[in-house]
Design a protein around this ligand. Structure first.
Ligand SMILES: [Zn+2]
Length: 293
């Protein structure tokens, strides 16, 4: 049985300790953070997917950098933080200095959620010259309707489901229908259904241990525990690891304040890559994942 690994990176504007955005707005997490990560990924044949927030798409330098990446070694997709894009944008931009993103798209009226996703998708397409097919909701705030919208907008893959987690009773994934990739229902994102979207859940155990090498989340031993648990309990084993680009730059995120913190994060990431290599994992872009029946 083949085992697969997907690396997903939420690409954000630089932020402070509680995700409030930098003031003035900066984007070091894009060029510095991603450059560091992509080098490491290239060494191990990992092909990350960079899921880009609308707060990053207003910055021409960031767009130029992301557009310059070799699309045979990584994938670009979208990541909705709905306060940064209309209709009804809480922060109209294009200057997103000192913003405090709190919204979850599953709380919008359905038509508003659709239009924000449509605007994000069209913005991506006009900037990069092709349509995105992979998506993650900001703060994991997706629902069945989100899947319907993504399908209408030409997406093929979503990675918003965080199994076993319940986010403030707003996005509740505490009863996951599958820990392997599946076609979700447009009524209930956790349940298997008839949509064409491939849902690739983030790897989280019933004990709420994440495959998330971020300081405060999982150290390398805990990441290995998650990998072992998935190998023992989930067939096919498809691991989905997540963190944010900004974590790779000191002081531009809530978790890594110093160079040492960032080195520790990189050490954990490389440690995961080494385990995958030893255990003969296949590494895929998100858009390449298929549902095994
Ligand atoms: Zn985000």
């Amino acid at each position: 049985m083949t085992k697969s690994f997907i690396l997903t990176i939420d690409v954000e504007i630089d932020a402070g300790r509680k995700w409030k955005t930098s003031n003035p707005a900066t984007y070091e997490g894009v060029d510095k953070g991603i450059a560091t990560l992509q080098r490491l990924c290239n060494d191990y044949g990992i092909k990350p997917v960079y899921l880009i927030s609308p707060a990053v798409l207003v910055d021409q330098r960031s767009v130029d950098y992301l557009g310059s990446l070799d699309t045979t070694t990584c994938e670009l997709g979208t990541h909705l933080h709905g306060e940064y894009i209309g209709p009804n944008a809480k922060y109209p931009g294009p200057d997103f200095s000192g913003c405090d993103p709190q919204e979850m798209q599953c709380q919008y009226e359905k038509e508003i959620e659709y239009q924000k996703l449509e605007n994000l998708t069209n913005t991506f397409t006009s900037l990069f010259g092709y349509a995105p097919v992979s998506f993650r909701a900001g703060r994991f705030g997706a629902r069945g309707w989100t899947i319907h919208c993504l399908e209408q907008l030409g997406y093929t893959h979503d990675t918003s489901v965080t199994p076993h987690r319940n986010w403030h009773d707003i996005a509740d994934f505490s009863r996951p229908g599958s820990l392997s990739p599946y076609h979700p229902s447009t009524e209930n994102i956790c349940a298997k259904g008839q949509s064409h979207i491939v849902e690739v859940p983030v790897s989280i155990t019933p004990n709420l241990e994440w495959l998330r090498p971020t300081p405060r989340f999982s150290n390398l031993d805990q990441c290995k525990t998650v990998i072992d648990w998935y190998e023992a309990h989930v067939t096919p084993t498809v691991l989905c690891c997540m963190f944010h680009n900004v974590e790779l730059v000191p002081g531009k995120n809530p978790y890594c304040q110093t160079e040492e913190d960032c080195h520790e994060l990189l050490h954990r990431i490389e440690g995961i890559f080494q385990v995958l290599q030893e255990r003969n994992y296949q590494c895929h872009m998100l858009k390449e994942v298929t549902v095994e029946v």
